[in-house]
Every structure is written in structure tokens, then in C-alpha cells.
Design a protein around this ligand. Sequence first.
Ligand code: DHB
Ligand code: FE
Length: 284
Amino acid sequence: MARITASVYTSHVPAIGAALDHGKSGEPYWQQVFVGYETSKQWITGHTPDVVFLVYNDHATAFSLEMIPTFALGTAAKFAVADEGWGPRPVPEVIGHPELASHIAHSVIQDDFDLTIVNRMDVDHGLTVPLSLMFGQPVAWPCRVIPFAVNVVQYPIPSGRRCFVLGQAIRRAIESFDEPLKVQVWGTGGMSHQLQGPRAGLINREWDNQFLDRLIADPAGLAEVPHIEYVREAGSEGIELVMWLIARGAMSDIDGGQAPAEKHRFYHVPASNTAVGHLILENN
Ligand code: DHB
Ligand code: FE
């Protein structure tokens, strides 16, 4: 059977991708961000999964106001890297896993979650920047990736609680797939940031670090936090953090297993307009 070996959490700031793509990762400003991923890149070299189930948000790239799926599961064989206005990032194409993705669709939909199935989708910085942070700049990504896009842009958006319970359904789906695959579930986006309006530039270190503490030790309690608290405390784009609860819900301790091992934790301000948070939890 497939197994969820670990969950990874990281911010997805587009300027991080631009810094890597344009050879600026050695500059002092960016060095302070990338240093936080050195341990992670070493860790993942020894723990390369067969598949990453990558929870992220699209930024009006694949979807627009014409079509707003709450939860969109990428079932295609491959996903092109989107052009977000400055040309597509020079990173490898994303290779999917249609068999596992179809199995997850069956299992999760029969488990009462209404997913949108997407057979063609370009993926933006929300997905490619986390891959770059964890894997660096390879000629091909070292594993398959199932994109799972969550609407956290256009209200109404799903609650933290819904995301957490959905993560549990995703774990049941993955662990009932009849092939011995090692799967990681990644939760991406956040941490505190606001890109618009009078509060643009908002960062809240204290709230972000409490979020990390609770994500590790009190995920069910954290899942009860309402939208308004994310927006008030972590800014309008800080709401991206609800996606981390999907990955956390997929860990085995949520269903009676042992607490996960904390392999790495990192927090840094600033990267562009965002507080960068990063965590790796390994299933025991
Ligand atoms: C920034 C952060 C984001 O999450 C995003 O989608 C776009 C820009 C930023 O910090 O600049
Ligand atoms: Fe974003």
C-alpha cells in the first residue's frame, strides 16, 4: 500500500523563484532565506518520495472569476509551468501521477468531499516555488507531483476546519492505494502577508510562530480558528495558511498514530512582502 512518509510546509513567495532563476540566491538578502532550506534539501535527498501531493493556491493563473473551484485535483499526466506575466519560470515540467490522482478522486469524493477534477492545468508560483525551495534547480523534478489547488483568493473560501478534515480523507485515500509508493503531502502558502490596501506590508511574527507551535502540537484546536482571525492577524493573504491544515490532517497521529517527528523548523522576515515559514514533520 502507499504510505504518507512526511508532510512539508512552506511559503511560496514568487520573488524567491525570481531570485533563483536570475542567479541572485547568493545575495545577502536572499541568502538569509535560502539558508533555512539547506537542511531541508539535505533531508529530502535521503527521503525523496515517489509522489508529492502538493496543496497550493492558484493566483488567477489557471482559474479566474469565470471558474472558481474550491478544491481542484490535478489528474493529468503533466502540468505546464505557467506564464505569470514575465514568461514561464525556467523550471522543469511537472509530471503528475494520473493513477494515484484518480484513486484519490474516487476515495475522497465517496468520502463526501466534492472535488473538481482537472485534466488540464498550468501551475504557477504557488506550486513551483515550493518545489524549487525543496529540490533546488534540477533538470527534472525528482518525483511525480499531484497538484491540489485550493481557492483562498475569492470568497467564500473553505474554513480551516474543512481543510483539516479533508486532509484526513486524503490520508485514507492515499493509504488505500494498492502500490508501495512513498508519498509526501505538502501544505504551502502563507505566512503573514498582505499585498493590498492600507495594511499592505503587514507581518505578525508572534501570531505566525504561535501558528507553527499549534500546527505541530494542537492541530485540531488550530483548525477551529475562524477566517476573520487569519485576516486580522496575518493579513488578507495570510489566509493561505488554511492550506497547511490539509497537510497536517493527513498525518497519522490525527487518526490515533504516534506524534510526528519535527525534522526542521524555520522562520524568517522578510522575503518580498511575506514572512517565510517552513516546517518538516516526519511520520513515526
Ligand atoms: C507575494 C506573496 C504571495 O503569496 C504572492 O502570491 C505574491 C506575492 C509577495 O510577498 O510579494
Ligand atoms: Fe500567494
